[in-house]
Write a protein that binds this ligand. Structure first.
Ligand SMILES: Cc1cc2nc3c(=O)[nH]c(=O)nc-3n(C[C@H](O)[C@H](O)[C@H](O)COP(=O)(O)O)c2cc1C
Length: 205
């Protein structure tokens, strides 16, 4: 799909047909999503595909309002976590990324010491914003990838976050839960976009 078509036709869809989405299909969609950019290429995202009915039900129980129902009825559920161990994550970016090509090697040499020190000194607020910001980028890519693959989906922030999500899904405590993504085939296309007129949200100085 061309970008404009994708952009104008993607809407939040919350009800799905009872049709399984294979793990391979979900992986292919995640593969597109993870080309998203991130600050210093940290790629702090960590995806958990929730296949087990038992785990999906436990996750749905954390959903606020109608979100629980969206999770329990969705054929595909992915929880996006953030890696909070930025030092180790960044070392891996440098090691794995540095070997592959010369451009990356130059980049690595230039910023290695500076950024390794910097990520260790992020304040809790800055770090939290940083993780959430990068999650936003990969999530938008993911929503487009879902739509482009012929599915409809939605983003869910309205669930009770905390270490219990890691316990339910047996995910290492270094990963912080961010968002639940639901998708599947659907006859619904979502509501038309309501957006503020550009003139109200833009200033020229
Ligand atoms: C960060 C974020 C959190 C959201 N959380 C929820 C949610 O908890 N439950 C829900 O039903 N929809 C949720 N949505 C969907 C929004 O309500 C929806 O994207 C918005 O109304 C705009 O509609 P559109 O996606 O069709 O353009 C969320 C969307 C975003 C981007």
């Amino acid at each position: 799909m061309e970008f404009k078509e994708l952009n104008h036709n993607r809407h939040a869809v919350k009800r799905f047909k009872n049709e399984t989405v294979s793990i391979d299909t979900i992986r292919a969609i995640l593969n597109e999503a993870h080309y998203a950019p991130s600050g210093i290429n940290m790629q702090n995202w960590h995806f958990v595909i929730v296949e087990s009915a038992e785990k999906k039900a436990a996750l749905a129980a954390t959903g606020r309002g109608h979100n629980g129902e969206q999770i329990s009825n969705a054929p595909a559920v992915v929880v996006i976590f953030s890696d909070t161990n930025l030092h180790d994550r960044f070392e891996k970016v440098l090691q794995d990324g540095g070997i592959e090509n010369e451009t990356q090697e130059k980049w690595v040499g230039r910023i290695k010491n500076q950024y390794l020190e910097e990520v260790e000194n992020y304040t809790p607020q800055y770090k939290s914003d940083y993780l959430a910001m990068n999650t936003g980028f990969v999530t938008m890519n993911l929503m487009y990838a879902i739509k482009d693959a012929g599915y409809e989906g939605n983003v869910i922030l309205g669930f009770n976050k905390g270490p219990h999500i890691n316990e339910i899904l047996k995910v290492d405590a270094r990963f912080r839960p961010e968002l639940v993504i639901v998708f599947g085939k659907s006859d619904e296309k979502g509501e038309p976009h309501y957006r503020f007129p550009l003139s109200e949200i833009t200033e020229v100085r």
